[in-house]
Design a protein around this ligand. Sequence first.
Ligand code: MN
Length: 229
Amino acid sequence: MTPYVFPPAAPPSVPVVGSDARFPVRRIFCVGRNYEEHAREMKATVSLDAPVFFAKPADALVTDGADVPYPSMTEDLHHEVELVVALQSGGRDLDESAARAAIYGYAVGLDLTRRDLQAQAKAKGTPWDTAKGFDASAPIGAITPVAQCGHPAAGELRLDINGATRQRADIATMVMAPAAILVALSRYYALRAGDLLYTGTPAGVAALQRGDVFVATFPGLADLRGRIV
Ligand code: MN
C-alpha cells in the first residue's frame, strides 16, 4: 500500500438506480449556453464552433437529497437545472459513436451559480471558478444506466421550487446534443471513466433563498430533491 502523510479522502460518488454499487466520480465538466433561450436571457450568443466549457471540483457534488448550504460570498445564488451525462470510458478526439458508447448513464443535476460573482468575472475577464466551482455547487440525482433509460433525445427537463415551476424545456432544443458535446470536449481533454458532464441549462434561471425546496425531474430518470439551508 502506498504510504500517505494522511488518509486520502474517499472518491466522491453518486448512487446508481437499481444497484447497491455507486458511480465513482473523477471530474465534473460543464458546458454553457447550450439552449438558445437561456443564452438570450444571459445576453450571450451560442457558438457551435467554440462551446463554453468550465469545470467544478468532483467534491462539489451533493447527493442523496442532502441539504445544500447557501454559499458564502454571494447574494445572488442561481439555479440551473441540467441533464447530466456519466461516463464509463473515454478517450481523446472521440467521434459521435465512440462518445455515445462512453456514456454509462444519465442523471438530473443543478449547476448552482454565484451569479453576482459570475457577472463580475465576465466584466473583468477573470476566471469563473469562484462563481461556478464552489463547495456544494453540484447537486445530482441518482444515475440511471443507459441499459435502463437508453440515450434520451427528447423529453421535458423541469425544475420546481417550493412547488412552482421555474424552468422547463425539451432537451430536444439543446444547441448540441450530449454526444456532440462530448466530441467537442474530447478535443480539449482525454476523457475518462468517472467523468460527469453537465449539459447546460434552459431559460428561467433565477435566485434561490434559504429554505427553498427544489425538485428537478426528467422522464425516465430519478428525481433530484433537496433544500437550500
Ligand atoms: Mn450551467
